[in-house]
Design a protein around this ligand. Structure first.
Ligand code: OAD
Length: 270
């Protein structure tokens, strides 16, 4: 056993001991809900529970590549709501930034497409956007890149952008069901093996292959889950620590136990 007990305090002791040098963080939509962005699977508030108005055959169709080719409208209706720019990072995002400022962030794996981790100041080279993001867009037929200003206009107008070259459908480079994850994901997916601490926050761990990342850590690596509910195999390892509840509360408690309370609050207030 690496931790003396499976508690938040023991994790903080471990961090303060200086033995933690490579933290791997894995996140999902739950770290952005307090910013005002709905997650996917929460029963009442999640996106998938609120898509009835889009007349989809099934909720996940909105992010399905075959469905998109037939009917891109539902996705663009949603993109109008989700497009980055109107949301502010949460304190959970700032906590990841703080780990980086402390020099102990090895990698952040995120499933989120809201770009809030970058906005919180986590450097680009530390972020693996496993499901892509709204940062780039291209034609799904000829792969030609499409200008950002043009897609912004279309999304604002709720109209559907088409390739200037071949008239194919244009799609932000978000990974849809039926599409391959970015090369950066596969290039980094072994990194959790080098981690001496793993933090999983705000994800239901239901979508593969991302959901298997916490399994890539060594048996002796403590894994911390900061989430409303228990997910995946978290909790079953000898050094797994469950911090169940709101993730903003969880990171505040952990930062306070590490002696970082003021630093975290001032990073977030910026
Ligand atoms: P989900 O909606 O599946 O899971 C969000 C998790 O965060 C759930 O376990 C919630 O209980 C928890 N949660 C929500 N708000 C929270 C809060 N304030 N504090 C703590 N926990 C909270 O979202 P993801 O796991 O990110 O893929 O979903 C994975 C993928 O499924 C997404 O990337 C998306 C979706 O289909 C694509 O769009 C390709």
């Amino acid at each position: 056993q690496t931790l003396h007990s499976r508690t938040l305090e023991a994790v903080a002791e471990h961090i303060k001991s200086g033995r933690v040098k490579n933290v791997v963080v894995m996140t999902g939509a739950g770290i952005s809900t307090s910013a005002g962005i709905p997650d996917f699977r929460s029963p009442e508030t999640g996106l998938y529970a609120n898509l009835a108005r889009l007349n989809l055959p099934y909720a996940e169709a909105v992010f399905d590549i075959s469905f998109f080719k037939e009917n891109p409208e539902p996705f663009y209706t949603l993109a109008h709501e989700l497009y980055p720019g109107k949301y502010r990072p949460t304190i959970a995002h700032s906590f990841i930034r703080l780990l980086n400022d402390k020099g102990i962030l090895l990698k952040l794996f995120t499933q989120n497409i809201d770009c809030l981790e970058r906005e919180a100041g986590v450097p680009d080279d530390k972020i693996v956007e496993a499901h892509g993001s709204f940062a780039r867009q291209s034609c799904i037929e000829c792969r030609q890149a499409y200008p950002e200003d043009d897609i912004k206009q279309h999304i604002a107008a709720k109209s559907i952008p088409r390739c200037h070259d071949c008239n194919g459908l244009v799609k932000p480079e978000i990974v849809f069901f039926g599409e391959q994850l970015p090369a950066a994901f596969f290039a980094s997916r072994d990194l959790p093996r080098d981690a001496d601490l793993c933090i999983v926050m705000g994800t239901s761990l239901t979508v593969q292959p991302f959901a298997s990342l916490p399994e890539m850590t060594r048996k002796t690596t403590p894994r911390v889950l900061i989430n409303k509910e228990r997910v995946g195999s978290l909790g079953s390892g000898t050094d797994d620590v469950l911090i169940l509840g709101d993730c903003d509360d969880g990171v505040r408690k952990l930062a306070t136990a590490c002696g970082w309370h003021d630093e975290l609050e001032s990073l977030w207030a910026k």
